[in-house]
Design a protein around this ligand. Structure first.
Ligand code: HEC
Ligand code: HEC
Length: 431
């Protein structure tokens, strides 16, 4: 009988300024006390800390062939690995050995296993740490089409000037090209509007993760004083006065009066369909195309520098909360909704849900405050504050070239492929 467990790898500083990387079984150095939020315990309680080039060597050896096995593990975490996972390795140990010899035997065995991976005696244990997003997703089409109409209809805002699409431009990467959005009566919010594309893969919604899922999220903007300023009762009144909506809802939900719950249900169903498959990177992961050498270099850097510790899983983000300023703290501005405002736990100061990097070239400006318009500038912030290092211009360009391969196809349900950058037609998805 075999046990399969993920090994995770994360940067940490082990005294002094030097950044080392640790690799260890998730449970050994992830602290799950806080429910969904795995945070490393003391770095060095993990098996060992290793210099970067060692990790890089092993990551470079990963091949797409191993995705199949990765996929199986991923099934247990459909929303992306809910861990601070850089590369998911598996190690197999017999349950018997585990219970009998416990840690004394286990640790050296694991360490040996690790050495095997690193020295590629057994590279078969390694996997590509990222996954392509699926080419299709199951959703209820009639509900989603109804949701599509509601999403772009200002009827859901008090003064009938604002729809969801006002702040989540479906032609513009699903986010707002302005640093902060304008709601009803021309009021300005503070947070940058994140993309609604692929948000179905996020483990929570909003920068601070206050909504558990898409349906829960929809109520937020509708009832927000700044955004749409409506109440569920008012929404029901308005829609029930519209013969077109009455007919459409009756066809989908089968009765004669529209309920607020059905409104949020239909919109969430539409958002489910907003996936952007077949990016060049996903096609690369599936072994269909090669990346250019600059893009490849960028991808290696992405793994080597440790971006992947936080930006991983299906959405390359959206599956953990992390601090902005892990290594070089930032000055916190109280106006923004970080996790601290929700939990009042000091550890959550300047902590946000890690944003997705999918379609990143289309979702400028960046960060919770929309403070950086240019992707190069955003990367300088990331590497300095979250990785404790500076990028050379060359590295920055390589990373940007890689990030540009993350642009997928416009969601099929929108029927607007022309609005997106030209993509080669990918082969039809397998049955
Ligand atoms: C006035 C602008 C505005 C309107 C209108 C608006 N949103 Fe948003 N949306 C935002 C902002 C800003 C955030 C981030 C707020 C935060 O995290 O505190 C956000 C967050 C989201 C998220 C979370 C994405 C993620 O990755 O966390 C989803 C999903 C979303 N909005 C969908 C909708 C839907 C559906 C509607 C219509 C019912 C809507 N929005 C209306 C500005 C807007
Ligand atoms: C320790 C975790 C961590 C690491 C490591 C990390 N990021 Fe981030 N990244 C975040 C968080 C958290 C945010 C959101 C911060 C905010 O908005 O205040 C973010 C935001 C971003 C954004 C802006 C996305 C948007 O839509 O606003 C980009 C681009 C980005 N990261 C790229 C990178 C790259 C490239 C690397 C490696 C050089 C990297 N990140 C390393 C956690 C991390």
């Amino acid at each position: 009988m075999f046990l399969t467990k993920p090994l995770v790898y994360a940067p940490c500083s082990t005294g002094g300024q030097k950044i080392r990387y640790i690799l260890g079984p998730a449970d050994d150095f992830m602290n799950h006390e806080n429910g969904n939020e795995p945070v490393p315990r003391r770095c060095c309680s993990a098996i060992r800390a290793f210099p970067r080039h060692k990790i890089t060597e092993s990551l470079n050896k990963m091949t797409t062939k191993r995705l199949g096995r990765f996929d199986r593990l991923q099934k247990n975490h459909p929303n992306g690995l809910n861990l601070r996972t850089i590369s998911l390795y598996t190690y197999k140990i017999t349950a018997q050995a585990r219970s009998a010899f416990s840690r004394w035997i286990l640790c050296p065995v694991l360490f040996l296993g690790y050495v095997c991976i690193m020295t590629s005696v057994s590279p078969a244990l390694a996997f590509e740490p990222l996954l392509p997003i699926p080419t299709t997703i199951a959703y209820n089409r009639p509900k989603a089409l109804l949701g599509r109409a509601l999403f772009s209809d200002p009827i859901l805002s008090l003064d009938k000037t604002i729809s969801c699409a006002s702040c989540h431009d479906l032609n513009q990467g699903g986010s707002d090209p302005a640093p902060c959005s304008t709601g009803v009566k021309s009021q300005q919010g503070v947070m940058q509007s994140p993309t609604v594309f692929n948000s179905v893969f996020n483990f929570r919604q909003f920068w601070d993760g206050r909504a558990a899922d898409l349906k829960d999220q929809v109520k937020g903007p509708i009832e927000s004083e700044i955004e749409m300023q409506m109440t569920p009762v008012l929404v029901e009144q308005r829609l029930n006065n519209s013969p077109d909506y009455l007919r459409a809802f009756r066809d989908v939900y089968g009765h004669n009066s529209i309920k607020f719950d059905e409104v949020t249900d239909a919109i969430a169903e539409f958002e489910k369909a907003l996936i952007t498959p077949n990016s060049r990177f996903d096609r690369f992961l599936r072994g269909e195309i090669a990346l250019s050498s600059q893009e490849n270099e960028g991808y290696l850097l992405f793994k080597e520098l440790g971006c992947i510790t936080c930006h991983n899983g299906l959405n390359m983000g959206g599956n953990s909360f992390q601090k902005l300023g892990v290594l070089n703290p930032v000055i916190r501005d109280e106006r923004y909704n970080d996790r601290f405002k929700l939990t009042l736990n000091e550890r959550d100061l300047s902590v946000y849900k890690v944003p997705t990097l999918r379609n990143i070239e289309l979702t400028s400006p960046y960060f919770h405050d929309g403070s950086k318009k240019d992707l190069h500038d955003a990367l300088k912030i990331m590497t300095f504050h979250n990785l404790g290092m500076d990028l050379t211009n060359k590295e920055n360009n390589q990373l940007v070239a890689f990030l540009h391969t993350l642009t997928g196809q416009s969601p099929e349900i929108l029927g607007i492929p022309s609005a997106w950058p030209e993509l080669e037609q990918p082969p039809s998805p397998p049955e």
